[in-house]
Design a protein around this ligand. Structure first.
Ligand SMILES: [Zn+2]
Length: 110
Protein backbone atom coordinates (compact mmCIF):
# COMPACT_ATOMS: atom_id res chain seq x y z
CA UNK A 1 0.00 0.00 0.00
CA UNK A 2 1.18 3.52 -0.73
CA UNK A 3 2.68 5.76 1.95
CA UNK A 4 0.17 8.54 1.26
CA UNK A 5 -2.74 6.16 1.85
CA UNK A 6 -1.27 5.12 5.20
CA UNK A 7 -0.80 8.78 6.19
CA UNK A 8 -4.37 9.85 5.35
CA UNK A 9 -5.87 6.84 7.10
CA UNK A 10 -3.63 7.41 10.14
CA UNK A 11 -4.64 11.08 10.39
CA UNK A 12 -8.29 10.07 10.57
CA UNK A 13 -7.50 7.32 13.08
CA UNK A 14 -5.41 9.70 15.21
CA UNK A 15 -8.20 12.25 15.36
CA UNK A 16 -10.78 9.56 16.12
CA UNK A 17 -8.55 8.15 18.88
CA UNK A 18 -8.36 11.48 20.68
CA UNK A 19 -12.07 12.15 20.33
CA UNK A 20 -13.12 8.68 21.49
CA UNK A 21 -10.73 8.62 24.46
CA UNK A 22 -12.00 11.99 25.64
CA UNK A 23 -15.63 11.08 24.88
CA UNK A 24 -15.40 7.97 27.07
CA UNK A 25 -13.55 9.85 29.80
CA UNK A 26 -10.28 7.91 29.54
CA UNK A 27 -8.36 11.18 29.16
CA UNK A 28 -9.36 14.73 29.95
CA UNK A 29 -10.57 16.87 27.07
CA UNK A 30 -7.43 17.71 25.09
CA UNK A 31 -6.91 21.11 23.52
CA UNK A 32 -6.23 21.86 19.88
CA UNK A 33 -2.47 21.53 20.31
CA UNK A 34 -2.77 18.09 21.93
CA UNK A 35 -5.13 16.99 19.16
CA UNK A 36 -2.69 18.13 16.49
CA UNK A 37 0.17 16.31 18.26
CA UNK A 38 -1.93 13.13 18.38
CA UNK A 39 -2.68 13.32 14.66
CA UNK A 40 1.02 13.77 13.89
CA UNK A 41 1.99 10.92 16.26
CA UNK A 42 -0.57 8.67 14.62
CA UNK A 43 0.88 9.49 11.20
CA UNK A 44 4.41 8.77 12.48
CA UNK A 45 3.14 5.48 13.93
CA UNK A 46 1.65 4.58 10.56
CA UNK A 47 5.03 5.05 8.88
CA UNK A 48 6.86 2.92 11.47
CA UNK A 49 6.14 -0.61 10.13
CA UNK A 50 7.64 0.18 6.73
CA UNK A 51 10.62 1.89 8.42
CA UNK A 52 11.32 -1.26 10.45
CA UNK A 53 10.70 -3.64 7.52
CA UNK A 54 11.51 -1.65 4.42
CA UNK A 55 9.33 -2.52 1.43
CA UNK A 56 12.25 -3.22 -0.91
CA UNK A 57 10.80 -6.50 -2.15
CA UNK A 58 7.28 -7.71 -2.73
CA UNK A 59 7.50 -10.00 0.31
CA UNK A 60 8.69 -7.50 2.92
CA UNK A 61 6.03 -8.23 5.51
CA UNK A 62 7.69 -9.98 8.44
CA UNK A 63 7.02 -10.12 12.19
CA UNK A 64 6.41 -6.37 12.55
CA UNK A 65 3.71 -6.62 9.87
CA UNK A 66 2.09 -9.70 11.44
CA UNK A 67 -1.25 -10.31 13.13
CA UNK A 68 0.64 -11.43 16.26
CA UNK A 69 2.45 -8.09 16.45
CA UNK A 70 -0.86 -6.27 15.82
CA UNK A 71 -2.25 -8.10 18.87
CA UNK A 72 0.81 -6.94 20.87
CA UNK A 73 0.20 -3.34 19.75
CA UNK A 74 -3.47 -3.51 20.75
CA UNK A 75 -2.45 -4.92 24.15
CA UNK A 76 0.08 -2.10 24.66
CA UNK A 77 -2.52 0.52 23.68
CA UNK A 78 -4.85 -0.94 26.30
CA UNK A 79 -2.09 -1.14 28.92
CA UNK A 80 -1.02 2.48 28.38
CA UNK A 81 -4.47 3.90 27.60
CA UNK A 82 -3.93 6.74 30.06
CA UNK A 83 -1.40 8.25 27.66
CA UNK A 84 -3.31 9.72 24.74
CA UNK A 85 -0.02 10.25 22.90
CA UNK A 86 0.97 6.59 23.15
CA UNK A 87 -2.54 5.55 22.13
CA UNK A 88 -2.38 7.80 19.09
CA UNK A 89 1.01 6.38 18.07
CA UNK A 90 -0.17 2.79 18.62
CA UNK A 91 -3.41 3.37 16.74
CA UNK A 92 -1.42 4.80 13.85
CA UNK A 93 0.77 1.70 13.84
CA UNK A 94 -2.32 -0.52 13.99
CA UNK A 95 -3.93 1.46 11.16
CA UNK A 96 -0.93 0.65 8.96
CA UNK A 97 -1.31 -3.05 9.67
CA UNK A 98 -5.09 -2.95 9.14
CA UNK A 99 -4.78 -1.17 5.81
CA UNK A 100 -2.07 -3.65 4.74
CA UNK A 101 -4.43 -6.44 5.81
CA UNK A 102 -6.99 -5.06 3.40
CA UNK A 103 -4.65 -5.69 0.47
CA UNK A 104 -4.57 -8.85 -1.60
CA UNK A 105 -1.52 -10.25 0.24
CA UNK A 106 -3.04 -9.77 3.74
CA UNK A 107 -0.66 -10.13 6.71
CA UNK A 108 1.37 -13.06 7.96
CA UNK A 109 0.11 -14.70 11.18
CA UNK A 110 3.48 -14.26 12.93
ZN1 LIG B 1 3.45 -1.99 5.27
Amino acid sequence: MRKETHLVFAAVVGYATVELLSLFGVVHMPGYFERAVCIVLSMVGALFPDKIEKPKTFRHRGFFHSILFLACVVFLIYAFRDSVYFAAFGCGYASHLLTDYGTKRRLPLY
